[in-house]
Design a binder for this molecule. Structure first.
Ligand code: ADP
Length: 313
């Protein structure tokens, strides 16, 4: 798999602040790559550098193997939503997209297509100034999709959306990745990307903390325990303990087992004809995995130390 976005040793300073500090990572096709870090960690600055809006002090960022400024029709190669408020309030949604399309030599019909894709076809002739935040986010996503690009970047797209909008955007990001696109999406909250991201690039104070698949991260944070519920508690306890499991009773019908995978527990119970009502391998949440990952790195925190990946905006 080739990297569609590649950051190599990026560093960006604003006066005394080092916003991005020697950052390297790759974003690949067919995946949602989550870009995680507390507010102020350097996510937006990194995205701006990738899009040629900020120049790095050191290092380079490549899109499809080239710096953004060397792309001939950028909207056909990478679509981005950095700031949903960045539109002319007096312009109608349709016209906002039309001038973008024309500036990149894209066909007019594409405007109607993307409005339809994001569910704004009915309000296409309304002025963007009257749009809710959720509608603006959708319009920004429509703009990113205009050139049908293989790479998409979204900066905190979930921020400020209502629950329906959050569910919509998660499904949409997954769909874009399933179409084979590289989807790079930032969030200051790990939990926002649970069940959405395949891969994570985690940063703190401009530096890379982790570059990992979600499954590997969750695996490393899980304690490997299994919850078992059965009316045959004492019989199962004996069977599991003699197979090498460490078993503790956690309720009238429930047990927690470590040292045996769920599959083995199921086989042992089946061999003896002991029915199980529940068999649940413990799965760490992404938030727990994040805390596990950054336990020793106090440096990454944004000051509040709330236990979340940064305070909310
Ligand atoms: P994030 O997107 O992760 O919240 P940013 O990239 O916006 O982080 O900011 C990283 C750091 O760089 C912060 O300390 C921020 O205050 C600083 N910063 C970002 N842009 C500018 C700028 N134009 N001028 C000065 N400081 C900036």
């Amino acid at each position: 798999m080739d990297a569609l976005i590649e950051a190599r040793g990026l560093t960006k300073r604003f006066g005394r602040t080092t916003a991005v500090d020697g950052l390297s990572f790759q974003v690949r096709a067919g995946q949602v790559t989550g870009f995680i870090g507390p507010n102020g960690a350097g996510k937006s600055t990194t995205m701006r550098i990738v899009l040629g809006l900020d120049a790095p002090d050191q290092g380079s960022a490549l899109v499809n193997g080239r710096p953004y400024v060397r792309l001939e029709t950028p909207l056909r190669e990478v679509g981005a939503l950095l700031d949903a408020a960045a539109l002319h309030p007096g312009r109608r949604a349709y016209h906002h997209l039309l001038w973008l399309a024309q500036s990149n030599d894209l066909p007019k019909r594409r405007v109607a297509e993307v409005l339809d894709l994001v569910g704004l076809a009915d309000v296409a002739r309304r002025r963007a100034g009257g749009f809710s935040l959720g509608m603006r986010q959708r319009l920004g996503i429509a703009a990113a999709l205009l050139g049908d690009p293989p790479i998409l970047m979204f900066d905190e797209p979930v921020n400020g959306l209502d629950p329906e909008g959050v569910i919509w955007i998660r499904g949409f990001l997954r769909e874009l990745a399933a179409q084979g696109r590289a989807v790079f999406v930032s969030s200051h909250l790990m939990s926002e990307l649970e069940d959405t991201a395949d891969h994570l690039v985690v940063i703190g104070r401009g530096r890379l903390i982790a570059d990992t698949s979600v499954s590997a991260l969750l695996g490393s944070a899980s304690d490997g325990s299994v919850t078992v519920r059965t009316p045959y508690r004492s019989e199962i306890m004996t069977v599991l303990a003699s197979a090498g499991g460490v078993v503790s009773s956690t309720g009238a019908e429930t047990l927690t087992v470590t040292g045996l995978p769920a599959e083995k527990v199921a086989e042992l119970a089946a061999d003896r004809g002991l029915p199980l009502y529940e068999l649940t391998p413990h799965r760490a949440s992404l938030e727990q995995a994040y805390l596990h990952l950054t336990r020793d790195a106090v440096d990454y925190r944004s000051g509040g130390g709330t236990g979340e990946a940064g305070a909310s905006r």
